[in-house]
Design a protein around this ligand. Structure first.
Ligand SMILES: NC(=O)c1ccc[n+]([C@@H]2O[C@H](COP(=O)([O-])OP(=O)(O)OC[C@H]3O[C@@H](n4cnc5c(N)ncnc54)[C@H](O)[C@@H]3O)[C@@H](O)[C@H]2O)c1
Length: 289
């Protein structure tokens, strides 16, 4: 434990695995008590890969506790304001406060823009964009009352650039940045900071499924090896493929710490330099018509 968050209480959404798990562990390691929220065994039909399970969430709690910090699990869905209000109530009841909020939960799916279904569009906006708004909404009255707090929302490099075959996700992640900037402005007079992290190509389950392998291979029948190879084209920094989840949790632990006490309204890429690349054509044509 570094102790820099000693006495603080944090809420992390999407904590069952991936970046959310890494964030819960990092904050616990730094001394915070952490409320870890994830969907449990709920499924979202429009998503083609499994979300994390309730067992995963309990594993996160055990890993966070192993660092010496305190942690509890809350099964909840960021599509429900009542679930998020309940998570904040748990923080207050179990740990006596709330200081840090990491709105990380998200889903990703693939479809041509003109073929995205109403259900895919609605689910993605509901989780990725409205889920962040609901998380912030649940926490903010308490943070305003105590005149302190730090919120980090998870956007994506797709919060500032387009993407082929996931316009619903890209639109939602752009929205997360608009929400973050408005919240930073509105909450600054209350001494509450709001920042965003923009992960690049992460080594998490979100992009480990057949549709993702096909997209990364540029053809049907893509493989996990295609995914690994493709990640190296995504980063600019030497030797970076898919980035480990703790690349983002290291940024989060700084953003919520006193080291960043004068920082608000920032959109921080953690992307191996992806956004400095000039980009490349994912669908090159050899003749124009
Ligand atoms: N994986 C990437 O390459 C990548 C890149 C940029 C941004 N991101 C973003 O990072 C965040 C974390 O994703 P990850 O990479 O750890 O993927 P992940 O799929 O491993 O983790 C996402 C977590 O969110 C949870 N979740 C999904 N819907 C939920 C809901 N309705 N309520 C509560 N929890 C829910 C899932 O169960 C899962 O545990 C997401 O917001 C994602 O969009 C990921």
């Amino acid at each position: 434990m570094t102790g820099q968050l000693e006495g603080k209480v944090a809420l992390v959404t999407g904590a069952g695995r991936g970046q959310g798990r890494a964030e819960a562990i990092a904050l616990a390691q730094d001394g915070a008590s952490v409320v870890c929220l994830d969907v449990g065994d709920t499924r979202i039909d429009s998503i083609d890969y499994e979300l994390s399970s309730e067992a995963d969430l309990h594993d996160t709690v055990a890993l966070a506790q192993k660092t010496g910090g305190a942690a509890v699990a809350v099964v909840g869905d960021v599509r429900s304001q009542a679930d998020l209000d309940g998570a904040v109530a748990t923080a207050l009841a179990e740990f006596g406060g709330l200081d840090i909020v990491v709105a990380n939960a998200g889903i990703w799916g693939l479809a041509n823009l003109w073929e995205i279904t109403e259900e895919q569009w609605a689910d993605t906006q509901d989780v990725v964009l409205a889920g962040v708004w609901r998380t912030v909404k649940a926490a903010v009255p308490h943070l305003i009352a105590q005149r302190s707090g730090s919120i980090v929302v998870t956007s994506s490099v797709n919060g500032v650039e387009g993407g082929t075959r996931f316009a619903h996700y890209t639109a939602a992640k752009h929205g997360v940045l608009g929400l973050m900037r408005s919240a930073a402005q509105e909450l600054a007079p209350h001494n509450v900071r709001v920042n965003a992290v923009l992960p690049g190509f992460m080594d998490t389950r979100m992009n480990m499924w057949q549709g993702a392998y096909d997209m990364m291979a540029g053809r049907p029948g893509g493989t996990p090896e295609d995914r690994v190879a493709s990640a190296y084209h995504w980063s600019a920094l030497a030797g970076r493929g898919a980035l480990p989840a703790d690349a983002v949790s290291d940024a989060v632990r700084w953003l919520v710490s006193d080291g960043a006490k004068h920082v608000t309204g920032v959109a921080l890429p953690v992307d191996g330099g992806h956004l400095v690349l000039p980009g490349f054509n994912t669908d090159p044509q050899h003749e124009s018509d």
